[in-house]
Unconditional design. Structure first.
Length: 809
RNA sequence: GCGCGGAUGGCGGAACCGGUAGACGCGCGGGACUUAGGAUCCCGUGGGGCAACCCGUCCGAGUUCGACUCUCGGUCCGCGCACCA
């Protein structure tokens, strides 16, 4: 295992057994509570990683990658002297687990408990610097009691509403889905085509904070692409609401939203969304049967909009400015759920309306000059035409002018519309926390008194979803029937459970306070630890989870429960590991790689190091295990060379510079989350020490100690073992980070490139900081250069100190 | 279609502010040690050429003494959004 130069005595180094070190130090760390955070510490640093969803699929290499990267950062900050809080838990409620339980015919409670246990074991095996004393399990009544409490605070504040609305219904999961869980008209979980149902649901009023959340994005240190995804999702647009009086149907008016009120004179018909809930009232009585038949014939596929499909409702709408009568149509290209669910169609200046008008022979009128509306819709700006008193007004100004005219007659007003919608949290399923509401015949929905929390999820053997729009909990009569907390009248519990994004929307607030069973959020700890300083997780949660967490934090801040409105000061999305060119790792793609066997064979340290070495942490990459051995070899060299460093000589300036440079590079790379380059710097330092040993000069203890400390965030077990073997007291993970001086981190001698006309012709060495004139002199003295110049002086000389001399002839 | 990333040896990747392209690792070639080596160590490793040199960071222009880096145009790949009026 260990080679010796011929003729020397065997070194006093025993064989390295990395897996054994994992076990040894994980045990000792636990005994000594090494990662237990001092919650009253003076330099709190909350380093959060997205908690896992412990499915039966086990932890895969992609999870190991994500958690290790977050842990490296947390460990680094700890070594820098911060009181780092690195908690972890399990997001174990939810449809995904429940569906799996249904498939294998086991109760989700027992299944989840087993999965959590397995996950915890795998995570511990990775050697994360996690304070497990603050662990959260969202399915534990001790946690979901407070999830219910959060809901009640929102309910009391008017931020949770029970109302009927069109909702996304997954026919396979047999439940309502949030808009965010519908991707291209299909269920995000199972891929079934999502339909629409009208049900009474619990909505959290995320839209109330749409503008605030949009504005606050500017203050957050998040990557631009994440902020952009949030901006798009909030989808602010400015425009106007315009009322049209109706003739020939039950309703007298319909209101439309438009971002182009300047084109109002060009409106030639109205279109109502085919899924609009009050479509019948907008239809001429004689057309209703035809409408119903037409609606039944529509295909549920929403992926490709068809601008030719539509039906004339027989109703007439009165143009608020001209008094003209316009036909009213229904079409699926208009969304019944966005804005008012109705639009004024301006075919001259909207491509969709243009296509629709062409398909149905409806008139196209030009009201903004600049295009040719017979050939295509003109969506740009220009002077207004055929617009009554506004002819000649630039369209940009026309927007305001039209709104003023409408306001004068009370038929319209300026309006800001957001794409963001309220968050439906009702799930007609079993595996979630019951929504803590009792429906009283007299009082309506009444919150369960807080002292009666948690509302425990009853143990139900048959937890299959019913598909009737009601949760299986509705069948548990003895649980459902309760007296009203206000008047004692016989009442029924809410039987829906909440979306598991509610569980995960506030878990980071709870971590510091897990020790308290009498309050959700301890005031002192919450004020000390929130908001989160660094949050690391997958970019797939850029809109879903992050938006919900921001909403909940903002709401709870307004209610005085947390110190600031924004939950995450800094957020970074780690890259994803792909495998075999088959995209992101997932069980459905059959490309899951387990970290277990790698850890068992090579140890967690080698795996951690290799994962972090694959490429920039924020970019991810393709997984293969070809290079893993390279990192094991590196650790073996570290193991040997560190233990052979016995010299207390600290003079040697070159070695000291090398040491300072290594510190500077590792530090900088970690701060940028460029772990791969930090590891390169470690390799180079190790090679340097090896060279010292090989040259017979002896290795310096100080170099060995520094190497071990710099290695510690990446390979915590071997670093700890070597730290001990070097005779240090305490843990390397608690030892102060080595200091470095910038002036020492630079080289003393530099190599200057000599170019002639921009081409490299020679190099020479000189002291760092040698001035330009001197460099020029030295460059001209190079034999090869003199030869090329052949006595002629260069036309121009560019000398960049420490870098290059370029001679132009 | 719109927006945001990206493209560098056989492979993963490095390169601060425009200053010796290819750090570090894998793989590969050679050597040492060895009964053996798929262990370990040492040397080499972008392509071409005996050499001087030439070519080379997706392609094409440009700016510059000098461009992986900046500007313009294009190709390909990835991700997000995509009837939101």
């Amino acid at each position: 295992m260990v080679s010796n130069p011929p003729g020397t005595a065997p070194p006093p180094v025993d064989r390295l057994d990395l897996p054994a070190l994992d076990a040894k130090w994980q045990r000792i760390w636990e005994e000594r509570q090494l990662y237990r955070t001092d919650m009253g510490g003076r330099r709190p640093f909350y380093c959060l990683m997205m908690f896992p969803y412990p499915s039966a699929e086990r932890l895969h290499i992609g999870n190991a990658y994500a958690f290790t990267g977050a842990d490296v950062y947390g460990r680094y900050r700890r070594q820098r002297g911060d009181d780092v809080f690195e908690p972890l838990g399990f997001d174990a409620f939810g449809i995904h687990s429940e569906n799996y339980a249904l498939r294998v015919g086991e109760h989700p409670a027992t299944l989840t408990a087993r999965n959590v246990k397995h996950f915890r074991g795998q995570l511990r095996g990775l050697g994360l610097g996690v304070d497990w004393s603050h662990e959260i399990d969202t399915t534990d009544p001790a946690y979901y009691r407070w999830t219910q409490w959060v809901f009640l605070q929102l309910f009391k504040a008017g931020l949770a509403e029970h109302r009927e609305g069109p909702v996304n219904w997954c026919p396979s999961c047999l439940t309502v889905l949030a808009d965010e869980q519908v991707v291209g008209g299909a269920c995000e979980r199972c891929g079934s085509v999502v339909g629409t149902r009208h049900l009474k649901q619990w909505f959290l009023r995320t839209t109330r904070y749409a503008q605030e959340m949009l504005d606050a994005l500017g203050t957050l240190d998040w990557s631009e692409r994440t902020k952009l995804a949030q901006r798009n999702w909030i989808g602010r647009s400015e425009g106007a609401l315009i009322d049209f009086r109706l003739r020939g149907c039950d309703r007298d008016t319909v209101t439309v939203f438009t971002t182009r009120p300047d084109t109002l004179y060009g409106a030639t018909f109205l279109v109502i969304g085919a899924d609009h809930p009050q479509l019948a009232g907008l239809t001429a009585p004689g057309r209703r049967a035809a409408l119903e038949e037409w609606r039944r014939g529509l295909v549920g596929d929403l992926s490709e909009p068809d601008f030719s499909v539509g039906i004339d409702l027989g109703t007439r709408a009165v143009h608020p400015l001209t008094g003209a009568e316009l036909p009213v149509w229904a079409a699926p290209y208009v969304l019944g759920g966005y804005g008012t669910g109705a639009i004024m169609a301006v075919p001259g200046h909207d491509e969709r309306d243009w296509s629709f008008a062409r398909s149905h022979g409806l008139p196209v009128v030009e009201v903004i000059a600049g295009g040719d509306v017979d050939a295509a819709a003109w969506t740009g700006e220009g002077p207004m035409v055929s617009s009554g008193p506004l002819d000649g007004v630039p369209s940009e100004d026309g927007r305001r002018r039209v709104i003023s005219m409408l306001e004068a007659t009370g038929t319209g007003r300026a309006h800001v519309q957001y794409r963001l919608r309220d968050w439906i949290i009702s799930r007609q399923r079993y595996w979630g926390p019951p929504i803590p509401i009792i429906h009283c015949p007299s009082h309506g929905p009444v919150g369960v008194p807080e002292d009666q929390l948690p509302v425990r999820l009853p143990q139900v053997e048959d937890f299959r979803p019913l598909g009737t729009g009601v949760s299986p909990l509705a069948q548990v009569e003895e649980w459902v029937n309760v007296p009203c907390p206000l008047c004692g009248e016989p009442s029924r519990r809410e039987t829906d459970v909440s979306d598991n994004f509610l569980d995960s929307g506030w878990y980071f607030m709870r971590y510091p306070s897990t020790g308290f069973s009498d309050r959700a959020l301890d005031r002192e700890l919450t004020w000390r630890w929130l908001p989160v300083d660094m949050y690391i997780g997958g970019h797939e949660h850029a809109v879903l989870h992050l938006m919900y967490a921001r909403f909940l934090m903002r709401a709870l801040h307004q209610l005085g429960h947390v110190p600031e409105p924004e939950p995450f000061r800094r957020f970074r999305a780690h890259g994803l590991l792909s495998f075999g060119g088959r995209g992101k790792m997932s069980k459905s793609k059959g490309n899951v790689v387990s970290p277990d066997e790698y850890m068992a064979r090579h140890g967690a340290d080698a795996l951690r190091l290799y994962l972090m070495f694959l490429g920039p942490y924020l970019e991810g990459g393709e997984w293969n295990d070809h290079g893993l051995r390279g990192q094991s070899r590196f650790l073996e060299r570290v193991w040997r060379c560190v233990q052979l460093c016995a010299s207390d000589d600290v003079a040697g300036e070159a070695r000291e510079r090398r040491r300072h440079r290594a510190i500077a590079r590792v530090q900088r790379s970690i701060e940028e989350l460029h772990y791969n380059t930090a590891i390169s710097a470690l390799h180079e330092l190790q090679r340097g020490i090896d060279d010292d040993l090989g040259s017979g000069a002896g290795g310096r203890r100080i170099d060995a100690l520094t190497l071990v400390q710099l290695l510690a965030p990446f390979a915590p077990h071997i670093a700890e073992e070597l730290w001990e073997r070097l005779g240090q007291r305490g843990s390397v993970h608690r030892a102060p980070w080595p200091e470095h001086l910038p002036e020492l981190a630079a080289e003393a001698r530099v190599t200057i490139a000599v170019q002639v006309n921009g081409r490299l012709r020679a190099t020479f060495e000189c002291d760092a900081g040698t001035p330009g004139e001197e460099l020029e002199r030295l460059a001209l003295a190079q034999p090869r250069v003199a030869e090329l110049l052949d006595g002629a002086p260069p036309r121009k000389v560019v000398a960049v100190p420490d870098r290059v001399v370029n001679l132009v002839v």
